[in-house]
Design a protein around this ligand. Structure first.
Ligand SMILES: NC(=O)c1ccc[n+]([C@@H]2O[C@H](COP(=O)([O-])OP(=O)(O)OC[C@H]3O[C@@H](n4cnc5c(N)ncnc54)[C@H](OP(=O)(O)O)[C@@H]3O)[C@@H](O)[C@H]2O)c1
Length: 349
């Protein structure tokens, strides 16, 4: 497999290079950078392994321009393009690739189906409404069959991934009702590698706060879209928080049970939905922690039944299962490769 990565010097671009560098089926990588083309990838990011540089051998281990990548795609030299660019930029930059290769987009540009919902969330028109129905929402365990034949895969946001994976099987089975109340905590890398005052160490360390509560967070309509597709009767109350962690995401969801069920019945619903899937780990009555999934592509799910309500606890690494890992998982599914190839299931210590 030959892969190109756009936005190679960003956080998710850097994780993509690491994962593709270790991927047994990927032989060539083209790493595109708008800011540092012509530089050696390992000089820009000394944390990259020599294996990444070897796979970038045709470009002498250097970051390249978008034009170079467009030429390689036009010459049929690229099987898959990963775009790790900001929303509203990604669809525009990727236009020359559409129809020529498979696009796996980590931005929000192809995630939402309704242009009006997109415009409200992102304050600008949906870049390619003509492609909204063609793009497949890349929640790997949920839309597996559609991913197999997709040519545009929209990798979900990190909050939606960590929220939807525990809720969807129960929503679809009609086990829950009313409002799905989500309180979510993200590490700071979730905001990208930006120079912003409120992302500075002094502002963030020893400090936790809710931000963009309710529908004011851009991920709320994305969660609502998928929740509504599973069970129209459910509504959503979403409150994200930022905590002084480099990476990691913990989500606590509370929802009323529609029927009286035992913990074993909940476990059964998860086994029906995810049995045999390598990156869903059921923690049952143990509350999972972010440190257990650092560096891994897993989503760990715990739950507790209390007073007619279900409390769900889910954790992911926002840069892996919440972004680049899920993107590689989507690639594996799309190209009929072992779903686990190149993806860590174990967490780092
Ligand atoms: N961080 C997360 O946890 C996370 C999770 C899920 C999804 N996402 C999504 O994934 C995408 C990348 O996120 P990230 O966290 O990696 O962001 P990031 O660290 O800010 O990196 C984005 C990269 O895109 C390139 N870029 C920035 N502005 C550009 C512009 N105007 N035109 C062209 N290229 C530009 C830059 O790389 P070059 O200079 O090398 O081109 C930049 O480093 C975003 O759409 C984000 O919403 C992020």
């Amino acid at each position: 497999m030959k892969a190109a990565v756009l936005g190679a010097t960003g956080y998710t671009g850097g994780v993509l290079l690491r994962l593709l560098g270790a991927h047994p089926e990927v032989s060539q990588i083209i790493a595109v950078s708008s800011s540092q083309a012509g530089q050696s990838a390992r000089a820009v990011d000394p944390g990259l392994s020599p294996a990444v540089e070897e796979k970038m051998g045709r470009q002498d281990g250097k970051l390249v321009t978008l034009d170079q990548a467009v030429k390689a795609v036009s010459a049929g030299e690229v099987d898959v393009v990963f775009s790790a660019l900001p929303h509203l930029k990604s669809a525009e930059v990727c236009a020359p690739f559409l129809g020529k290769t498979v696009l796996i987009d980590l931005s929000a540009d192809f995630r939402l189906k309704d242009p009006a919902v997109f415009a409200k969330a992102y304050g600008a028109a949906m870049p390619r409404p003509d492609l909204a129905s063609r793009a497949v929402y890349g929640l790997a365990e949920w839309h597996t069959e559609q991913i197999r034949s997709a040519d545009i895969i929209a990798v979900p946001g990190c909050y939606p991934t960590a929220t939807l994976l525990p809720v969807l099987p129960l929503a679809k089975a009609g086990m829950v009702q009313g409002t799905v109340i989500v309180n979510a905590i993200s590490g700071i890398s979730g905001a990208g590698r930006k120079e912003k005052i409120d992302l500075l160490y002094v502002e963030r360390s020893e400090n936790v706060n809710a931000y963009s509560p309710g529908t004011s967070h851009r991920h709320a309509p994305e969660i609502a879209q998928e929740l509504g597709a599973a069970n129209k009767a459910l509504s959503l109350l979403f409150t994200p928080h930022m905590a002084p962690l480099r990476r990691g995401m913990a989500v606590t969801t509370v929802v009323e049970l529609a029927v009286k069920v035992s913990s074993d019945v909940v476990a059964g619903a998860y086994r029906n939905a995810y049995g045999g899937r390598p990156f869903i780990s059921l923690a049952a009555d143990r509350v999972p922690q972010t440190r257990e999934v650092w560096g891994s592509n897993r989503c760990d799910i715990g739950w507790k039944i209390e007073d007619g309500h279900l409390m769900l606890f889910s954790v992911i690494d926002n840069l892996v299962k919440g972004a680049s890992g899920q993107a590689v998982q989507d690639m594996n599914i799309r190209f009929g490769i072992d779903e686990c190839a190149g993806l860590p299931a174990g967490g780092e210590l």
